[in-house]
Design a protein around this ligand. Structure first.
Ligand SMILES: *Cc1c(COP(=O)(O)O)cnc(C)c1O
Length: 421
């Protein structure tokens, strides 16, 4: 039985999360399928940021560190992120970028292994991991005398051995949307005596995560993807309490000091995750992140992350079914796992040629997804349940069909390379 636009509209009418879309300012005539790369603008953000600038900064001046709670912001927003990833209050800080936080937690993990099990000299990761994660690991391994080994997904379990120091993985793959079994891999790594660092960039706010139940060691994640914090928003870092007080992180700045306003000449790390703060935090960015988190936490009374996850799977299931019904015979293959337990919140398609131009032609038609180069090239469509409607998925696939049927993507203007893809 084929799916019609009317079917999709009927599903939207019954969607318990449908009101959340109103929390965003989405441009007219756009179907936004790139919330996995940059979440859209929450309706509340412009006024809130303007208020922080005009009132808290303009009128409150330096007093606002206390009176407006600026100093507490990284921890306060960290506590709110904690509820989305199965962490406890006080365990997460919102700060810096994902790359920098990964540097800090991986460094602490390596220091911990160097102290407890100095014979373990190998860091394992996945070849298809997001490059910045691999570059940060490469640089730390060079610096500390560890060896970075890159694996294919199916090689990971067998590669965990008595020389493994750390397994560093991204939970949901940025290219394919494939999701690892966090609890199973963490248990396997621990059984081999290794620590595990998880990158939640494509997980936080998109899929259910329970770091505590998985017994993970360290985690980082991104503020500007599914958390809608705006371009370059503060990211986050989590450390399991069993490790938090044992090691310094390498960027020992004054905000991570136990008593920053004692101004002592020597460093005394703050207890717990607070030591993962370095210097003075970007308060404007934290204000925007707060508004982004408001949009995700607005789902709490409607079922929270489990409800968002249910809708996300329904949207990606629909996307896959419609592509197979309506775009068959056009050389598209599915790169995202069909199995729910292995799928994040995006649908990735591959095609031997023209993937870049197809994405450009879709953008010209108001359907914003993105392209990721590789072998094969990928067309990537993020499905964010906070604002995406079933009807939007129908329109997106219909535009994709038209671009393919009319071979619109062959037009030269869709082949011009842009600086950011
Ligand atoms: C998006 C993403 C990042 C981004 O890192 P930045 O420091 O914000 O540039 C890092 N790692 C993964 C896996 C990502 O998906």
């Amino acid at each position: 039985m084929t799916t019609t636009l009317a079917d999709c509209r009927a599903r939207d009418a019954q969607d318990p999360l449908r009101a959340l879309r109103d929390l965003f300012t989405l441009p007219e005539g756009v179907v936004y399928l790139d919330g996995n790369s940059l979440g859209p603008l929450p309706r509340a953000t412009p006024e809130r940021v303007a208020q922080v600038v005009r009132e808290e900064w303009g009128q409150g001046l330096i007093r606002s560190w206390n009176t407006a709670g600026w100093f507490e912001q990284p921890r306060r927003q960290g506590d709110r992120i904690a509820t989305l990833i199965g962490a406890e209050p006080g365990e997460v800080v919102a700060t810096d970028s994902t790359s920098i936080n990964l540097f800090k937690v991986l460094s602490a993990a390596l220091a911990s292994v160097a102290a407890d099990a100095p014979a373990r000299r190998t860091v394992l990761s996945e070849r298809s991991n997001f490059p910045t994660d691999l570059y940060i690991a490469e640089s730390l391994c060079r610096d500390r005398g560890f060896r970075l080994v890159l694996l294919e997904e199916d090689e990971i379990p067998h590669a965990l051995r008595d020389d493994t120091a750390v397994l560093m993985l991204t939970h949901v793959n940025y290219r394919t949307g494939a999701m690892h079994d966090m609890a199973a891999l963490t248990a396997r790594a621990h059984a081999a005596g290794a620590l595990v660092v998880w990158d939640l960039a494509h997980s936080a706010g998109a899929v259910e995560v329970d770091l505590t139940r998985a017994d993970a060691d360290y985690a980082v994640g991104c503020g500007y993807k599914y958390l809608n914090g705006g371009p370059g928003a503060p990211a986050f870092a989590w450390v399991h309490p069993r490790h938090a007080d044992r090691f310094w992180q390498p960027l020992a700045g004054w905000w991570g000091h136990a008593q920053p306003f004692a101004f002592t000449p020597d460093y005394q790390p703050a207890p717990g995750s607070a030591r993962y703060l370095c210097g003075t935090q970007g308060i404007l960015g934290l204000a925007a992140l707060e508004c982004g988190l408001d949009t995700v936490l607005a789902a709490e009374p409607l079922g929270g992350m489990p409800a968002l996850r249910r809708k996300s799977l329904a949207l990606t299931d629909l996307f896959i079914a419609l592509v197979e019904e309506r775009c068959a015979g056009h050389g598209l293959d599915l790169a995202t796992p069909r199995e729910h337990a292995r799928r994040g919140s995006q649908v990735c398609l591959t095609r031997n040629d023209g993937a870049y131009a197809i994405v450009q032609a879709l953008i010209a038609r108001g359907v914003i997804g993105d392209f990721r180069a590789g072998r094969p090239d990928i067309l990537r469509f993020g499905c964010t349940p906070l604002y995406l409607r079933f009807e939007d998925v129908w329109h997106a696939v219909e535009q994709l069909r038209l671009v393919l049927v009319e071979e619109e993507w062959r037009r030269p203007e869709f082949h011009q390379a842009q600086a950011v893809t």
